[in-house]
Design a protein around this ligand. Structure first.
Ligand code: SF4
Length: 344
């Protein structure tokens, strides 16, 4: 696997602590982002102005750009203003909308962006995507990942009534646990049960989307790539089939898949992986799929995209070989496969 394919972009610096905002100018200096504080500071409504007041003394050379809303137009307008100045970086201070506008404008102008989050209720702090409104619709726009992320725990607003919030969380958990869909389907079988349903309906991705059903269960064929079979197999081997992939989740639709000796292979095996990396690549045994899932995780590649790519390539190879009736050497096979790849 080439080195580049094993790399994940991430911020150079992540500073999460009380009083982190006071250290912003030092962070920019130490990380060689801006030695003189010549930055464009983008602030949103909320706490942006207050934070500016705190960091102002250390940012004498900074220009402040207030932004309202989270639209493509606001980001383009900001980018135009940035081009008129001369900055080392863009510092976005605010919630998700403000950071997304700042990220998009920074990407348009080729400037590094520092995210100073005043809210944690979104994933835009360090994501390579900006969610922006345009023409009444929200769209996702690819952007550069922020070069640094700052979260000042003193600046994150507390809940107005944390007792009420906790009570609502408890009530919601109770409602979930009273739902038979949660207890009988998600906890016992998990998302892999969707493979049984799709196989029955004929909507399962099979052999590069050339079929929608791997096994005709109504005609007595055994379907091993769905939750009905795998949950029983996994539990009988000592695997965990009611598992929370993150602490606190009461739905627990995840699983820990084990091999015949009871040793963990991968966690979890999910519907999307079963379909795209499994049946769509011609696999019919969950043990083979679990090994592929493990390899994908180990290489850091997405199982869905890997499965779709492999299936297409495999279909190309088969198509080329069937057409020519020839056996190719491995290098030739991949070249012929690329030529003959069947569009999905
Ligand atoms: S957090 Fe994990 S275990 Fe819980 S519902 Fe989501 S995927 Fe399932």
């Amino acid at each position: 696997m080439p080195l580049l394919a094993r790399m994940v972009p991430s911020p150079l610096s992540v500073d999460i602590r009380r009083g982190a905002v006071e250290g912003l100018a030092a962070l920019l200096r130490d990380q060689r982002i801006s030695s003189r504080g010549q930055v464009a500071v983008v602030v949103g409504p909320g706490q942006g102005e207050q934070i500016i007041a705190v960091v102002r003394p250390a940012f004498q050379n900074a220009a402040v750009y207030p932004v309202e809303g989270g639209t493509v137009e606001a980001a383009i307008e900001l980018a135009d203003s940035l081009r008129a100045g001369s900055y080392d970086a863009v510092v976005g201070i605010g919630g998700g909308r403000t950071l997304d506008v700042a990220k998009y404008a920074a990407s348009l102008t080729g400037l590094p962006m520092v995210a100073v989050a005043t809210s944690l209720a979104h994933d835009g702090i360090a994501s390579p995507v900006a969610s922006l409104d345009h023409d009444g619709h929200k769209g996702s726009h690819g952007v550069n990942v922020p070069i640094a992320v700052v979260v000042d725990l003193d600046k994150i607003p507390p809940f107005t009534d944390s007792k009420k919030v906790n009570a609502a969380i408890k009530d919601y958990a109770k409602m979930l646990l009273a739902d038979s869909m949660v207890t009988n389907f998600y906890q016992k079988i998990g998302t892999m049960g969707m493979a049984d349903l799709q196989n029955a309906l004929g909507g399962l991705p099979v052999r590069n989307f050339s079929a929608g059903r791997l096994a005709d269960v109504a005609a007595g064929e055994k379907f091993k790539m769905g939750g009905d079979h795998i949950s029983q197999l996994n539990v009988s081997r000592g695997g965990e089939h009611t598992h929370a992939c993150m602490p606190g989740c009461v739905i627990q639709c995840s699983n820990v898949y084990v091999d015949a000796s009871g040793k963990e292979v991968v966690s979890p095996v999910e519907y999307e992986t079963l379909g795209l990396l499994g049946t769509n690549c011609g696999l019919s045994d969950p043990d083979d799929l679990a090994q592929m899932n493990f390899l994908a995780n180990d290489l850091g590649v997405d199982t869905i995209e890997l499965g779709a790519t492999l299936a297409r390539r495999l279909a190309g190879i088969l198509s080329a070989m069937l057409r020519d009736g020839t056996t190719y050497a491995p290098g030739v096979v991949s070249r012929r496969a690329a030529e003959a790849a069947v569009p999905v």
